[in-house]
Design a protein around this ligand. Sequence first.
Ligand SMILES: CC(C)(COP(=O)(O)OP(=O)(O)OC[C@H]1O[C@@H](n2cnc3c(N)ncnc32)[C@H](O)[C@@H]1OP(=O)(O)O)[C@@H](O)C(=O)NCCC(=O)NCCS
Length: 181
Amino acid sequence: MKNQTTDRSTTLQKGKVMLRTLQETDARDLARHVNNKKIWDNLRDYIPFPYTEEDAKSFIASVANENPVYTFVITYEGQVCGVMGLVAQQDVYKKSASIGYWVSEDYWGKGIASTALELATHYGLYQLGHIRIDTSVFEYNPASMRVLEKNGYVKEGIFRKAIFKNNQIWDEHRYAIVRED
Ligand SMILES: CC(C)(COP(=O)(O)OP(=O)(O)OC[C@H]1O[C@@H](n2cnc3c(N)ncnc32)[C@H](O)[C@@H]1OP(=O)(O)O)[C@@H](O)C(=O)NCCC(=O)NCCS
């Protein structure tokens, strides 16, 4: 695992998978990959669908001044293939962060999300100093549950009927990892 931080960028790398700070020039690739209903079905509704290059530019601009960096583009062999983002919580939850991610369908099944989550989790706990990282998964997404479980996240509970997505009600599976030291 290799980590590198300068004033303007952070990169985390393991093998062919890298997380790096987003750049304006990533907009076209991001839009092309995330504009996929199979991805959107597993994300929150504030993320637009269809997803345009303008949407990607706005998203990249919205995270451009993060310091420290919380939002990363995922690359595989140097090619843009997804996003991994942490969000620091507030108030009494300030030591917690939530995490979210997607990987382009062109790249599914290569272990990319698993490695990217390993990198981001380690960064969130040991560089950003969070004590807890959590996320929620819709009930019909076993691939994401597997990625979380492979990285030591524990299913803490099921929030019954918490999700309204695509005009249907679904359960939400809540996962978290905590720093034990
Ligand atoms: C979920 C997602 C991130 C996985 O990305 P990926 O790079 O293909 O994931 P990986 O290859 O690292 O691992 C996927 C794991 O799920 C397993 N898996 C895939 N489909 C599965 C299924 N239907 N049932 C059970 N396990 C499944 C794979 O076998 C693999 O596990 P393994 O390494 O033990 O074989 C990707 O499919 C995606 O972006 N989906 C849409 C957006 C999304 O769901 N984001 C997360 C929201 S919580």
